[in-house]
Design a binder for this molecule. Sequence first.
Ligand code: 5GP
Length: 114
Amino acid sequence: MSRTLFEKIIAREIPSTVVYEDDLVFAFKDIHPQAPVHVLVIPKQPIPRIAEALPADQAVLGHLLLKAGEIARSLGLEKNGFRLVFNNGPDGGEAVPHLHCHILGGRQMGWPPG
Ligand code: 5GP
C-alpha cells in the first residue's frame, strides 16, 4: 500500500516544523496556515479518516485528543480559545487521507464554517 504524505512527514522524508511527538502521535505546523496558529495532530498509525476508525483505534484517538488540548495550551490558546477540526471525505474538505486534527487559533473563528 502506498504511504501517505503524512507518513513521509513522520519519517522526516518531507520536512516539517515539528511541534510535538510521542510513540502514538505527531504534531506539526500546517504548511498553509489558516489562522495565526495552525497545527496538525496525526496518529502515527495511518487511520484514513474518522469514519473509518475502528474500536481498536479508541486508545490512540483518545490520546490524540488529549494531546491536542495539551498542545493548544502549550501554544497559549487556552485563554482565548481555539478550534479543533477533523475534515472527513469530499464534502468535509479532506485532502490528505491520513486522519488529522487541525488545531486553529489566534483569531476569532466564524460560524457556520465555510
Ligand atoms: P485536510 O484538507 O485534508 O483536512 O488538511 C490537510 C492539511 O495538510 C491542509 O491544511 C494542508 O495545508 C496541509 N498540508 C498539505 N501538505 C502539507 C505538507 O507537505 N506539509 C505540511 N506541513 N502541511 C501540509
